[in-house]
Write a protein that binds this ligand. Structure first.
Ligand SMILES: [Zn+2]
Length: 159
């Protein structure tokens, strides 16, 4: 689907029970968002599973043709965690055990940023509404295995 058609189509985020996802590569999309706690702009990232990644349905792995951005990430393999700790240390598990999973934290005040606001709200960092917003999102390709469990998928993202 073309970028403009995707933008016109609007919200393509889907939230459900956490699903296991794997691929032999992945991408990290980087954007910026305003922290709700301190009001300053901070970097935020999203993992992106590539075209033809696999997801576990019951006991069988199914190939998914399209790219998906991942949010509500509950588990990541050690290799992905190491890569994120180096490249994007603000995307991590919160200190509070009551909040499992990986979230972006404000670079200035360490406040955790809600994935819902970033991924599911029109105009959120990973829900661009204009071509300029979509083109402002940088994508780093990582040629390493992805093993993740995520409760949210943005289908065929515009970045
Ligand atoms: Zn902040």
């Amino acid at each position: 689907m073309g970028l403009l058609a995707q933008l016109a189509q609007g919200d393509s985020a889907q939230v459900g029970r956490a699903m296991k996802i794997r691929a032999d590569r992945y991408a990290i999309a980087s954007a910026s968002a305003q922290c709700p706690a301190c009001g300053r702009w901070t970097q935020v990232v999203s993992l992106v599973a590539p075209e033809r990644h696999e997801r576990l349905l019951e006991r069988d792995w199914e190939t998914v043709a399209e790219r998906v951005s991942l949010f509500y990430v509950t588990q990541l393999s050690a290799g992905v965690r190491r890569r994120l700790a180096t490249l994007t240390p603000w995307y991590r598990q919160p200190a509070a055990a009551s909040q499992p999973g990986f979230v972006n934290h404000c670079e200035h005040c360490a406040h955790p940023l809600d994935d819902h606001d970033l991924h599911c709200e029109p105009g959120g960092a990973f829900q661009p509404q204009t071509l300029a917003e979509a083109q402002g999102i940088r994508v780093w390709e990582i040629a390493e295995d992805l093993d993740a469990e995520a409760g949210g998928c943005g289908h065929d993202p515009a970045f």
